[in-house]
Structures are given as C-alpha cells and as structure tokens.
Design a protein around this ligand. Sequence first.
Ligand SMILES: Cc1cc2nc3c(=O)[nH]c(=O)nc-3n(C[C@H](O)[C@H](O)[C@H](O)COP(=O)(O)O)c2cc1C
Length: 166
Amino acid sequence: MDIRVLVAYATKYGATAEIAEKIGEVLRQAGLQTDVLPTDRVGDLTPYKAVVLGSAVYIGQWQKKAATFLRANEKALAERPVWLFSSGPTGEGDPVQLVKGWRFPTGLQPIADRIHARDMALFHGAVDPKKLNLIEKWMVKNVKAPLGDLRIGMPSPHGRVPSPMR
Ligand SMILES: Cc1cc2nc3c(=O)[nH]c(=O)nc-3n(C[C@H](O)[C@H](O)[C@H](O)COP(=O)(O)O)c2cc1C
C-alpha cells in the first residue's frame, strides 16, 4: 500500500523550504510517497497519512501562512500523525539553548496540543544579510543576531559564513 505523506512549509527567504525539501528527500528514501509544498499550495489533506509542518521563525512567531494553515486544518491534522518544525537560530550550539528554551510559538501551542503533535523540532536557520530589508537588517544588528547558515547537513547555496555543514 502506498503511504502518502505531506511536508508543508512556510518560508520567507528560502532556508525553511530547503529544510522541508531535505525532510522530503529522507522520507522518500524511506519509501514514503512524499509531497513537499508551501502551505498556500496545499489543498485537501485527505490523501495524506501523515503531515510534517514547518515554518521560519521571525520575532518568535511562525510565518502567518503556516499559522493560518495550522488553524484552518486543525480537525484534519488531529486525525493524522503530525510533526512540527521551526527554522530559526543562527548561533553555534544547541538551537533550543540559543533561544533560551523556546521551541514553538506560544500562541499556537494550544493547537499543537489539541492535534497531539508527535514532536516539535527546532532547527538552526540561515540569515543572509544580502536578502534582508532595512528593518530586518536593523533588527538583527540591534539584537546582535549571528548571521550565516547554521543549518547542519544542508548545501550552502548562499555561500554564507559561518557554515558548520557536515
Ligand atoms: C528580523 C529577523 C528576526 C528573526 N527572529 C527570529 C526569532 O525570533 N527566533 C529565531 O529562532 N530565529 C529568528 N530569525 C532567524 C530566521 O528564523 C532564520 O533566518 C530562518 O532560517 C529564516 O528562514 P527562511 O529563509 O525560510 O525565511 C530571525 C531573522 C530575522 C532576519
């Protein structure tokens, strides 16, 4: 029997899309028929036996499209196994420690609880200063956020530093 899995994501600058593609690749290697789609291109969840949903994090929040997807599909998500991931911290070391224990947007936690999310992962992210708008540049400078691609195991298309890829 074919098992079809959805990896849905919301990204602003592409780092989270690449993480989602990587997750999809691993699931396909495991023999699962996997669709990797931005949340705004996902239609009916009926064909999917399981869902992985992730978003880039900006100022402690998921991208609006991912939050909307989670809210709009709560019932369908509650009926299948769901894994959640966020892409964020750009410092060296454990991502959860870097953001002082933050794992998931507080406002969305009740939905995550109601759908009985199997797990929540916080992955390192990537910040390419060349892509940021003026306000974002000011923000990352103001909070002294490290710049670069800290995503482990990802190709480095943006040529950022530092990059601990392995
Ligand atoms: C203005 C700004 C705010 C950010 N805020 C957070 C944050 O609150 N928590 C976090 O972990 N990462 C934060 N990040 C890092 C991004 O989440 C990270 O770069 C992510 O991988 C970007 O994903 P995307 O390329 O898919 O948009 C921030 C980045 C910028 C530029």
